[in-house]
Design a protein around this ligand. Structure first.
Ligand SMILES: *Cc1c(COP(=O)(O)O)cnc(C)c1O
Length: 393
């Protein structure tokens, strides 16, 4: 173990099981560790580094803002904050934005907005889906529909109910406990890269509109170009009431955003919510640069790269299936996903897992040649680890 790894193991809280790699620098989708080993990155820091590491345009935009003013507090106006809010609203069809620092915080704001919206109707319950992931704070933990995250942290924050992605279930729950909101991810990320069915999405959007239930779409992972549209819901022609995002929004700086649609644009008033660091001008300058570059051409590239990955991995021995959308893909493998990821690291490719799948979240602008090299190594590793062929022989 290197000195850095020893220090980290000694002094960091034991909340993460680290891969045995210390990244010291990078350029785009190429990363180097402290031993000088090079890696191709198919994880982007969990969908955060939208344009890879140390992207020159993005770095220049944040350096410029850093040289002007790094923080003012939300008590004063700030240009990058106002311009980013405008861009997000214009491109999402939402009307107002609350900025925070993370996905969980973006969801906390959505939950508070839904509670205040529901209060006058005497509704406070929010339905979320089984297998969802909405964050690690106490409210978002309760919203997360996976018991494994709840263990040891009871009692859960009340006011949440988990349902299957079936419209009949949502109806039954609403009849028992009138809902203030339903919160979903269009592609469940941590839950195993599961794309919701279009039919359910449309039925849910209609049901929510009819019953005056808020539809909250958690785009923390799916947002910012990841699925081939700026936000995943835009692939399906539905209109949510609240959209939350974070991860890739500022390209690698902490930033969360809660986008409020027409129905809830004026629910929160002065003093209802806040965040000291939320909407940091440097993060917002980074996000403005990222959003400017997520244009039709880049989004078409995301879909082409998805097609490339599917083409390369379909039919590879050891690959059971491919799920997800755009550059958010889950590869179901016969060998355990964790073994595949570990062996890929040895071969110089970084990828992630989600439940039983290998999860790919490359930078949106990854060079096609780099993507091809990395995916071919992944395919080779899966083939090598797949022992079912040997057993059949
Ligand atoms: C990562 C994630 C979160 C939590 O975001 P943090 O920034 O870690 O708080 C919430 N929802 C979804 C869908 C996520 O993928």
């Amino acid at each position: 173990m290197s000195e850095i790894q020893t220090l980290a193991e000694k002094y960091l809280a034991n909340t993460y099981q680290h891969f045995p790699v210390s990244i010291v620098r990078g350029a785009g989708s190429h990363l180097w560790d402290d031993q000088g080993r090079e890696y191709l990155d198919l994880g982007s820091g969990i969908a955060v580094n939208s344009f890879g590491i140390a992207d020159p345009q993005w770095s220049a935009a944040i350096a410029d803002q850093l040289g002007k003013v790094q923080h003012t507090s939300n008590l004063y106006y700030s240009e990058p904050v106002a311009r980013l809010a405008q861009t997000l609203c214009e491109r999402s069809g939402m009307e107002k934005v609350f900025f925070s620092n993370s996905g969980a915080e973006a969801n906390e704001c959505a939950i508070k907005t839904a509670r205040k919206f529901g209060a006058e109707k005497g509704r406070f319950t929010i339905a979320t889906l089984h297998n969802s992931f909405h964050g690690r704070t106490l409210a978002t933990l309760a919203a997360t529909g996976q018991d494994i995250f709840h263990q040891d942290f009871l009692p859960l924050t009340p006011g949440f109910v988990a349902v299957d992605p079936e419209i009949s279930e949502v109806c039954v729950v609403h009849a028992q406990t009138p809902l203030a909101a339903v919160m979903i991810e269009i592609v469940q990320g941590e839950g195993g890269v599961n794309l919701l069915e279009l039919e359910f999405l449309q039925a849910l959007a209609d049901f929510c509109a009819e019953k005056d239930i808020l539809l909250i779409i958690d785009e923390v992972q799916t947002g910012n170009g990841r699925t081939g549209a700026l936000f995943a819901y835009q692939n399906f022609g539905i209109t949510p009431d609240i959209v939350t995002t974070a991860k890739g929004l500022a390209g690698g700086l902490p930033l969360g955003a809660t986008l409020l649609g027409k129905k809830v644009a004026h629910v929160l008033s002065a003093g209802d919510h806040g965040s000291t660091f939320g909407g940091n001008p440097v993060s917002c300058a980074g996000a403005l640069n990222i959003l400017q570059r997520i244009d039709d051409q880049l989004l078409a590239g995301v879909r082409e790269k998805e097609a490339l990955i599917r083409r390369e991995l379909t039919g590879v021995p050891g690959v059971r299936g491919i799920s997800g959308m755009g550059l958010m893909l889950g590869i179901e493998t016969i060998p355990p996903a964790a073994d595949v990821v570990a062996k890929c690291i040895q071969r110089g490719v970084l990828c992630l897992t989600a439940k039983n799948k290998v999860r790919l979240l490359p930078a949106l602008n990854i060079e096609t040649s780099d993507l091809l090299s990395a995916v071919r190594i992944l395919a080779e590793v899966i083939r090598e680890l797949d022992t079912t062929l040997d057993q059949a022989a």
